[in-house]
Design a protein around this ligand. Structure first.
Ligand SMILES: Cc1ncc(COP(=O)(O)O)c(C=O)c1O
Length: 393
């Protein structure tokens, strides 16, 4: 028998979301109508102009060859223009911008490129799993710091964690607007994080995935807007969410030139870049689709209102988030003792609604479930009716 110790794969715990996915598939195979508010997988079509650009470009055989791992120059230029227009940030397209095959790939490979088993990394918890598991896959030590409602307390806890560390952590990974908690940050928060990073010489990695999906007048800042942020920070963005392009696999990372260089180098060994026609279509998206992005954000707002108003009406008290495509909901008191996984299983079997158990994002999330706003208003109303039956209110 060959050796069955697969050290890197073995470091990863069973994916908690797969239990829910299996239950969902099983119920559907039995003909049940499950309303899927589980994965953050946008349900709407990619805007037509982007699809048209892809189909036009793919007809040119020159685009069928290997592409460029770091991204074709015109895409890097479109990314720099996007940052300038949205955030007033100037970027050098050769040294401060790299495209990724989705930001998940980029985040994982940045960890792999920069960390060793002697390093530790501070990561907010709960959080999107690759923030933590990128560190674990790289063999480094994870230092989870619980997110606090008051972000000043969260910053204090980060500083305490640094001071308590025998060896200074190498990196801090944060994400605002946050998946799954939907928490938002202002520029003042980012200034404080950069100040801490500089005080202790620690890299800061920020994931800006949901900056375009904001509501009620909230505008999400980039960490790169902070003066001097590029000395120690990079930021990831993805086209999966606000451009409805999850299957296309386009993301990017911008900021500090040393981190960008490390990621570029790593990727140059691993991939040949996203298919060129997709990169060309992404240029179209970044340069010309601001209206489509607003429209997509408005769809999420309408679904957010439907879900939050509905749940509040049936006695599940929930504050409306100001950003993201999620609603982060505390497990109702009556079911608190179940924990988020068992409660989520019950929602599937009795309410016919799939959600993500909060524990899948870190143990701090275990009192919560995350709803993704990936079904329309009518289906969301149906979900609320199903949930009403189990709440018994
Ligand atoms: C916070 C956050 N970052 C990154 C990603 C991954 O995005 P991509 O599709 O670009 O890999 C997600 C996807 O859910 C996310 O929620």
């Amino acid at each position: 028998m060959p050796d069955l110790r697969f050290v890197n794969a073995d470091k990863l715990p069973p994916y908690i979301f797969s239990e829910i996915n299996n239950l969902k598939s099983k119920a559907r195979s039995l003909g049940e109508d499950i309303i899927d508010l589980g994965m953050g997988n946008p349900d709407q079509a990619t805007p037509q102009a982007i699809v048209d650009k892809l189909t036009e470009t793919v007809k040119n055989p020159l685009t069928h060859r290997y592409s460029q791992s770091a991204g074709i120059p015109k895409l890097r230029l479109a990314i720099a223009d996007w940052y300038k227009r949205k955030h007033g940030v100037d970027l050098c397209i050769d040294k401060e911008v790299v495209t990724c095959m989705g930001s998940k790939e980029g985040i994982a490979h940045l960890s792999l490129a920069t960390l060793s088993p002697n390093d530790s990394v501070i990561v907010q918890s709960p959080t999107y799993p690759i923030h933590s598991y990128g560190v674990v896959i790289a063999g480094a030590n994870l230092k989870s710091v619980p997110l606090k409602e008051n972000l000043d307390n969260f910053i204090d806890d980060i500083e305490t964690s640094i001071l308590k560390s025998v060896k200074k952590p190498k990196m801090i990974i944060i994400n605002f607007p946050s998946n799954p908690t939907t928490q938002i940050a202002d520029k003042f928060f980012f200034e404080k994080i950069i100040k801490i990073g500089k005080k202790y010489d620690i890299w800061v990695i920020h994931d800006l995935a949901y900056s375009d999906i904001t509501f009620d007048g909230y505008k999400s800042p980039s960490i790169l807007e902070v003066d001097g942020a590029k000395d120690i920070a990079v930021e990831f963005f993805t086209m999966s969410k606000s451009y409805n392009m999850p299957g296309w696999r386009v993301g990017f990372c911008c900021g500090n030139k040393d981190l960008i260089e490390a990621l570029k180098k790593m990727k140059s060994y691993l991939d040949y870049g996203t298919f060129t026609p997709i990169q060309v279509a992404a240029i179209k998206a970044l340069n010309e689709c601001d209206d489509e992005v607003k429209h997509i954000s408005n769809i999420y707002k309408s679904r957010r209102d439907e879900l939050c108003d509905g749940l509040n009406r049936i006695g599940w008290s929930i504050e409306k988030p100001l950003a993201t495509m999620f609603v982060w909901a505390k497990v109702p008191k009556k079911f608190e003792n179940l924990g988020s996984l068992e409660f989520s299983k019950m929602l599937i079997s009795e309410a016919k609604v799939a959600v993500s158990p909060g524990a899948g994002f870190g143990i701090e999330g275990d009192n919560y479930v995350r709803f993704s706003l990936i079904e329309n208003e009518q289906r969301i109303r149906q979900a609320v009716r199903g949930i009403k039956n189990i709440l018994g209110n």
